[in-house]
Design a binder for this molecule. Structure first.
Ligand SMILES: Cc1cc2nc3c(=O)[nH]c(=O)nc-3n(C[C@H](O)[C@H](O)[C@H](O)COP(=O)(O)OP(=O)(O)OC[C@H]3O[C@@H](n4cnc5c(N)ncnc54)[C@H](O)[C@@H]3O)c2cc1C
Length: 552
């Protein structure tokens, strides 16, 4: 194979070093094997922790409590890249079907149709299907949708919208679905409006949301890891990469060595010119810390873990390698906190089902829109963990304003134990009479992620490196902090697409990278979204009329 990057790729000899064991690296390994025909034994995954999955990990047991740092929502249209990966991986329980078949079968059975999307501070479910825009909000929204990214530069969402916009049902629902804060980049917000425009009419009932049968570690990461192991891929755990060596040259950058630390021992892996190095730079779960029912998690900075240090060291080699400090020096603006509750008594689950009108797995997020911490919770279909007994349930929640004081527990969320967080939630639900029973039978594990939304921070062109920078001959950047035109970060799809782009380019494969779904170019999507924006407005009738006449 001949490529732009190398004269000849002999896949039998070429070694691929993948730094990081998250979904980006795992996807790269899948593409290298299935499309590139690189033997599994030539692929080396160097992961600092002792499991794969990165941000998509999950674990625990009913005795010490379950923990998953995040829960991923998918939809049919916008996740084509990761679905393409899932279509290649056999199920752990039935080798004749893929994990994508399992995903489809599950979503055929369990439909999301949220009946309690927004809740006020008196525990009333609010009618939220009207998005609540006034004409100024609509104009600002159209402006952001239509004007090019260059026009907005490093502007924030709050710089581009009137105050009233942040009190609309749209904002409460959109921001909690995707974890946007008012101080985040309006360019990222704009990309989301494009990418998920088809979800706008469904933002209040989540009917477009698709889920994995179990948490994403058990439904996606574990089967991929097992399949890669069966292909002979070399997994090296406990291997923290600290820096790369480059060939001395003025313009081109070629990696010649990888420095890593294994159990306190420094090592150097020699990299030949015909080998490839794929580095997942930064991590949205870097430095995350777990508390417990009785203890508070700590807030770490960028120095904890090797995620940022590695990118910082690589970035010194070339301006084309990006600026990690844009994303890792604003913890207060990028931190969010989640919590996983393990319930050994069914009372709380039963009461939430009664309260919301949704069976577990059908309601998606419930947001306490007036809560100080801006709290949302989610009851997944049970069991959510592979080793979960029938008489134990798990629920997950997160807060976008963890630096603010709670409404009942008069403390900032970041200063609270798991028990205090559950107490705040029980007050919002007004489950006061069952409070003691629930608290006595639950394990709550809070998780502080200092960089959870760092990928949404305002950035300029060049802050994120290209997947394969112009100057690079054998180094690619994967994950949430490389640049993919038009694509949206904080998604599994972004990481998978960075992997696909890198593998196809390096190997010179005559294959198209999975196209990004662009609903904003579909007239039906545009009309339906405009109708949702105008709900109960006289303009709506006019648009309805236009729709029926134009689409005839
Ligand atoms: C709370 C939460 C909710 C989310 N919700 C959604 C959602 O609804 N939909 C969606 O699509 N996505 C969602 N995501 C995002 C998605 O999970 C991530 O974007 C994706 O998993 C990132 O994968 P990655 O492989 O690029 O990086 P990571 O998962 O960050 O993996 C990086 C890996 O590299 C390792 N590593 C880092 N530095 C080094 C080093 N120096 N040496 C060795 N190893 C190293 C890390 O230990 C880690 O395992 C959510 C994430 C969170 C946290």
């Amino acid at each position: 194979m001949h490529t732009k990057y190398q004269k000849k790729v002999d896949v039998e000899k070429t070694q691929a070093y993948l730094v990081g064991g998250g979904i980006a690296s795992l996807s790269a390994a899948v593409y290298l094997i299935t499309d590139g025909h690189v033997p599994g034994r030539n692929i080396h995954i160097l992961e600092q922790s002792n499991i794969t999955g990165g941000s998509m990990d999950a674990g625990g047991n009913p005795d010490t409590g379950y923990i998953f740092r995040g829960g991923r929502m998918f939809d049919e249209e916008a996740y084509q890249c990761i679905f393409g990966v899932m279509e290649r991986i056999p199920s752990l329980t039935d080798p004749h079907i893929t994990i994508m078949d399992e995903f489809r079968a599950f979503n055929k059975k369990i439909h999301t149709l949220a009946k309690a999307r927004l809740i006020d501070n008196e525990a009333n479910i609010i009618e939220s299907s009207k998005l609540g825009f006034n004409s100024q909000d609509r104009l600002a929204l159209m402006d952001v949708i239509i004007k090019p990214e260059e026009y907005f530069g490093t502007k924030t969402v709050q710089e581009c919208f009137p105050e009233s916009f942040f009190q609309t049902n749209f904002w409460f629902q959109w921001t909690t679905s995707f974890a946007f804060e008012p101080w985040h980049s309006v360019v990222e917000f704009k990309r989301y409006l494009h990418r998920f425009m088809h979800e706008l009419p469904k933002v209040s009932d989540f009917s477009g949301v698709r889920r994995t049968p179990y948490n994403q570690y058990h439904s996606i990461i574990l089967p991929i890891t097992e399949w890669l192991k069966a292909q002979g891929v070399d997994f090296q755990y406990g291997c923290a990469v600290s820096s790369l060596d480059f060939k001395p040259a003025e313009d081109k950058k070629t990696v010649t060595g990888i420095h890593c630390n294994r159990d306190g021992n420094e090592e150097r892996i020699a990299v030949e010119e015909e080998d490839f190095v794929f580095v997942t730079i930064g991590s949205i779960t870097a430095g995350s810390s777990l508390g417990s029912t009785t203890t508070v998690p700590t807030i770490n900075d960028k120095h904890v873990g090797g995620d940022w240090a590695l990118w910082e060291s690589i970035a010194k080699q070339s301006p084309e390698f990006g600026k990690p400090q844009v994303f890792n020096e604003h913890v207060k603006d990028s931190l969010f906190e989640s919590f996983t509750v393990t319930l050994k008594d069914p009372t709380m689950f039963k009461r939430i089902v009664e309260f919301s009108g949704n069976e577990p797995g059908t309601g998606s997020l419930m947001t306490f829109k007036e809560s100080g911490w801006f709290m949302s919770i989610c009851l997944h279909n049970q069991p959510h963990m592979l080793n979960q007994p029938d008489d134990v349930q798990v629920l997950w929640g997160y807060c976008l304003f963890p630096y603010k004081e709670g409404d009942f527990v008069k403390k900032r969320m970041i200063d609270c134990t798991g028990e205090e967080i559950l107490t705040e939630l029980l007050h919002h639900l007004k489950f006061d009479e069952d409070k003691e029973k629930i608290l006595n039978t639950s394990i709550v594990i809070p998780c502080i992620m200092p960089f959870a939304t760092s990928q949404f921070l305002p950035r300029s062109k060049g802050d994120r490196p290209q997947v394969i920078p112009e100057c690079s001959t054998n180094l690619a950047f994967l994950g949430q902090f490389c640049e993919i035109t038009d694509d949206v970060v904080f998604t599994v799809d972004y990481s998978a697409r960075s992997a696909q782009t890198a593998v196809y380019k390096f190997l010179g494969l005559d294959k198209e990278v999975t196209p990004i779904y662009k609903g904003q170019h579909d007239i039906r999507v545009l009309f339906n979204s405009a109708m949702a924006m105008m709900k109960d407005d006289s303009l709506r009738q006019e648009i309805g009329f236009l729709k029926t006449t134009m689409l005839k």
